[in-house]
Design a protein around this ligand. Structure first.
Ligand code: F6P
Length: 195
């Protein structure tokens, strides 16, 4: 059975400042993760010639993949992080203070809540459909380097988790989730490469 490796990008400068969305580069810790990921992928997939690396179009995922040579890299807009619309670039604290109704509405129904001029989790789940179809068709391993909300949705699909849990699934930074699809169903392993 071929593995699918899911990981968030290395920590970004916006992650450090607690800002959502954006398109910043990696922090120092994020850079270290990108190198560790390279070592891991090299070892794990060295005999897998047809493996490929899929990223979003945002630089934090592209930079995270940049140290991994030898595999084709594909950018998918559908793997971009949830679009926070008017809240893009804000901290959760700022949203709570400046847009309390939005903050409350999201807290009440995180799955369906759509950021003004942005997206909801349901929107993200829908736009991931072509990615899932393509992932299912692949015979070779795929490394997916994406973002928290997107990976929650992808993971839930493979791990068969209920819709309502999706916005709350834990997808920590600097951790690889390996999914194996075999005859016995789906198996999962997590590799935490750094604290
Ligand atoms: O904070 C990192 C991040 O990827 C943001 O860019 C994004 O808005 C958020 O996580 C998604 O997580 P949540 O749905 O829990 O706010």
């Amino acid at each position: 059975p071929r593995p699918i490796l899911l990981t968030r990008h290395g920590e970004s400068r916006d992650n450090v400042r607690g800002r959502i969305g954006g398109d910043t580069a990696l922090s120092d810790a994020g850079e270290i993760y990108a190198k560790k990921l390279y070592t891991f992928v090299e070892k794990r997939l060295k005999s897998e010639r047809a493996a490929s690396i899929w990223t979003s179009t945002l630089q934090r995922t592209i930079l995270t993949a940049s140290h991994i040579p030898g595999f084709p890299k594909i950018q998918w807009r559908a793997l971009d992080e949830i679009n926070a619309g008017v809240c893009d670039g804000m901290t959760y604290e700022e949203i709570k203070k400046n847009m309390p109704e939005e903050y409350e509405a999201r807290k009440k129904d995180k799955l369906r809540y759509r950021y003004p001029r942005g997206e909801s989790y349901l929107d993200v789940i829908q736009r991931l459909e072509p990615v899932i179809i393509e992932l299912e068709r692949q015979r070779a391993p795929v490394v997916v380097i994406s973002h928290q909300a997107v990976l929650r949705a992808l993971y839930a699909y493979f791990a068969d988790r209920p819709l309502k849990e999706i916005p709350h699934i834990e997808i920590p930074l600097h951790t690889i989730i390996e999914i194996q699809m075999g005859v016995a169903g789906v198996q999962e392993k997590r590799y935490k490469l750094m604290d």
